[in-house]
Write a protein that binds this ligand. Structure first.
Ligand code: KIV
Ligand code: ZN
Length: 390
């Protein structure tokens, strides 16, 4: 289907490979269960040559979820590929994902190999992987700093050798959306229907999601991404952001995914409970403040009509409800509503007193908790009743 975009989740591999994010086999299995609920198309479960734990995780995830495509990563050499083959031996839908760097900077300083050598190793690795597995993905590491003519040559050669997916990572998060779109467009046209073009963007300049979306518009049909955007250095494109951008802006991105978006927030919460840190409060889609309104003008608009300040329903991403945060920027509408929700109704005079006391307290603090608001409101009501009685 031309408009179907495959979601390749690499939370358990690229995500896991960053500081504070390592996961045990049982933690990976727990997270995998959520990724399955979410409906990801491919789960990359580990880099088997890197550790015994990674190899076991690939095997465990593949056994537990035989109907899901499970990928294992390996460099373009026999040892790595055979470690993938071994880890995937019980998988019903195995994918071997093999990669080698193609940029001159990596060839010169890291690999110390010529372009011809890298081309030959890429082709040999894909052939070897294909002799064990029908579903082989090739990644040209640092594709965005690779000479485009050479990148096209490598891409055509690996597809001729049997790769079904060609991934062109922005490994160092260097590319700009229009530039990345042009590169992806060129390789997509060169490969035609022979392979799916995939993207894998890092967020060093904060452009991983924008680059992934530009790539899809230019012809890519697989996005590699992670929950909460975890991953090497500044992370990978956040799965929840690319998916919701395509869902909310269907006019610009008329593509479909299989993601059940109501599981996005639970998936983010589960990951946070497993690794050492959660998303920042203002993180799109899953951050604590993503559906919180504090400014009085916003709260007033929101209470009159939700869509004045919300472009998606919180429940559509699994967040139970929007929050009106009462702080010093909040207005009377929100305060009276919160007091009512807390079981205290205020008349006009009481509200005036309550509002003054509330803003005075909110000025000193970062915001008031519900129990503090309720006791302040009760105090105001009591005082006004005893003043009337006197
Ligand atoms: O960032 C990268 O280039 C990678 C590849 C191994 C796909 O993670
Ligand atoms: Zn990566």
């Amino acid at each position: 289907m031309a408009d179907r975009v495959y979601i390749f989740d690499t939370t358990l591999r690229d995500g896991e490979q960053s500081p504070g994010c390592s996961m045990t086999v049982s933690e990976k299995l727990k997270m995998a269960a959520k990724l399955v609920d979410l409906g990801v198309d491919i789960m990359e479960a580990g880099f088997p040559i890197a550790s015994e734990g990674d190899a076991q995780a690939v095997d465990a995830v593949a056994r537990e979820y035989p109907w899901v495509s499970v990928a294992a990563l390996g460099r373009c050499n026999t040892k790595d590929i055979m470690a993938c083959v071994q880890a995937l031996k019980n998988a019903r839908r195995p994918r071997i994902h093999t990669f080698i760097a193609t940029s001159d900077i990596h060839l010169k300083f890291k690999l110390k190999k010529s372009r011809q050598q890298v081309l030959e190793e890429a082709v040999a690795a894909v052939r070897l992987a294909r002799s064990y597995c029908d579903d082989v993905e090739f990644s040209a590491e640092d594709a965005t700093r690779t000479d485009p003519d050479y990148l096209e040559q490598v891409s055509r050669a690996v597809v001729a050798a049997g790769a079904r997916t060609v991934n062109l990572p922005d490994t160092v998060g260097f590319s700009m959306p229009e530039e990345y779109g042009a590169l992806i467009g060129r390789i997509s046209r060169a490969l035609g229907d022979a392979a799916v073009v995939s993207v894998h963007c890092h967020d060093d300049l904060g452009l991983a999601v924008a680059n992934s979306l530009a790539a899809v518009q230019a012809g890519a049909r697989q996005i590699e991404c992670t929950i909460n955007g975890i991953g090497e250095r500044a992370g990978n494109a956040a799965l929840e952001e690319v998916v919701m951008a395509m869902k909310v802006r269907q006019d610009k991105y008329p593509f479909t995914t299989k993601i059940v978006t109501e599981h996005l927030y639970p998936a983010s919460q589960l990951l946070t409970s497993i690794i050492d840190f959660g998303p920042q409060p203002n993180k799109a889609i899953v951050g604590e403040n993503a559906f919180a309104h504090e400014a009085g003008i916003h709260q007033d608009g929101y209470l009159k009509e939700r869509t004045t300040y919300e472009i998606m329903e919180p429940t559509s991403v699994g967040v139970p409800e929007s929050r009106l945060v009462l702080g010093k920027h909040s207005g009377r509408h929100a305060l009276v509503k919160r007091c009512e929700d807390l079981g205290v109704s205020l008349n006009k005079e009481q509200l005036d007193v309550m509002y003054d006391r509330f803003t005075e307290a909110a000025d000193r603090k970062k915001g008031l908790r519900n129990d503090e608001i309720a006791s302040l409101a009760k105090e105001v009501v009591e005082q006004s009743k005893s003043a009337v009685a006197k």
